[in-house]
Design a protein. Structure first.
Length: 311
């Protein structure tokens, strides 16, 4: 499901599964469209989208969470003007100390939160007629706090009723395994889950454990100074026969609300300029690169209910 409507999975093409257009770090209580000018944001961001499209990218998953700068209308305008497929999300984000958790998420039950997300999946986001293509949540390091466990329970309910997959900003490997356990206990197969920022967990055994449970392991945050480390993460997954559950992206972009012209915008092209050549230097084939950027995102983002076999 893109911001311009549904497309066939085969039409996703080369996909960056975790990027950002804009972020507002002021907090849930103060954020809103009154804090930025959409035309200015588009003027800044559009050239970067056109550049990555020229590099061969077809689809960008816009993972900015609610109350952190998610703007479905902005994403739609950028999709129209760039000619790229763009996906947006539903959900709530409790990482970074809970600064972006709205008051209702603190007081409502997992069922009530799930109903909010399901409503957006079925009726559109905030009256725009634009639908989310995934669920985005965020938690800090494990063990999970009560708000984090509630978000996972809500994610499970929402997934089982909508088929939307889940991107989980995750503080460390302890949190990741706890997230997967909660999903399983609530009837969801771990294959519905992308462990976002898995590169922040340096113990690769956690990646292996989560992959064996069925989750997708997402190494994002690729930068010039992290290419070598990210290559080692991907090589480890390949050596352990989990390349089919490996995702790569950059966590790039970030027009920062409140800074002049959005501050320092990080380009979306580092994977194409630096990372793919580095993989090829390590013996990765074109087919394996396509696995990472085409086949795996396509399967992971496919809208379908993934029930845990033991449920």
């Amino acid at each position: 499901m893109t911001v311009l409507g549904p497309i066939e999975a085969a039409d996703l093409g080369t996909t960056l599964v975790h990027e950002h257009v804009m972020a507002d770090f002021i907090g849930a209580a103060e954020t809103g469209p009154h804090r930025y000018n959409k035309d200015e944001v588009i003027k800044v961001v559009l050239p970067y989208l056109l550049k990555v499209k020229e590099a061969g990218c077809n689809t960008l998953v816009e993972c900015t969470a609610t109350f952190l700068g998610r703007d479905a209308e902005l994403a739609k305008r950028l999709a129209e003007e760039s000619g790229m497929h763009i996906l947006t999300n539903t959900g709530n984000y409790a990482a970074l100390g809970g600064k972006f958790v709205p008051e209702y998420a603190e007081t409502e039950s997992a069922r009530e939160l799930a109903d909010r997300w399901i409503y957006e999946a079925e009726n559109g986001i905030e009256g725009t007629g634009i639908f989310p293509g995934l669920i985005k949540i965020g938690v800090d390091e494990g063990p999970l706090l009560p708000i984090g466990r509630k978000l996972l329970e809500a994610s499970a309910r929402a997934h089982l009723e909508t088929g939307l997959s889940i991107s989980g900003h995750t503080g460390d490997g302890v949190a990741a395994l706890e997230e997967l356990d909660i999903l399983k206990k609530n009837g969801v197969d771990p294959s519905a889950f992308r462990w976002v920022h898995a590169q922040n967990e340096k113990d690769k055994e956690f990646h292996l454990k989560a992959a064996k449970m069925g989750a997708y392991i997402e190494f994002d945050g690729i930068r010039a100074d992290s290419v070598a480390e990210h290559v080692e993460f991907v090589k480890f997954m390949k050596e352990n026969d989990f390349l089919r559950q490996t995702l790569i992206s950059q966590d790039a972009g970030w027009y920062s609300v409140g800074e002049e012209r959005g501050g320092d915008f990080t380009p979306y092209t580092m994977i194409f300029d630096l990372f793919i050549p580095a993989l090829r230097n390590e013996g990765f084939t074109s087919r394996e690169v396509d696995q990472l950027l085409i086949a795996n995102p396509r399967e992971s983002l496919l809208i379908r209910v993934r029930k845990h076999k033991g449920s």
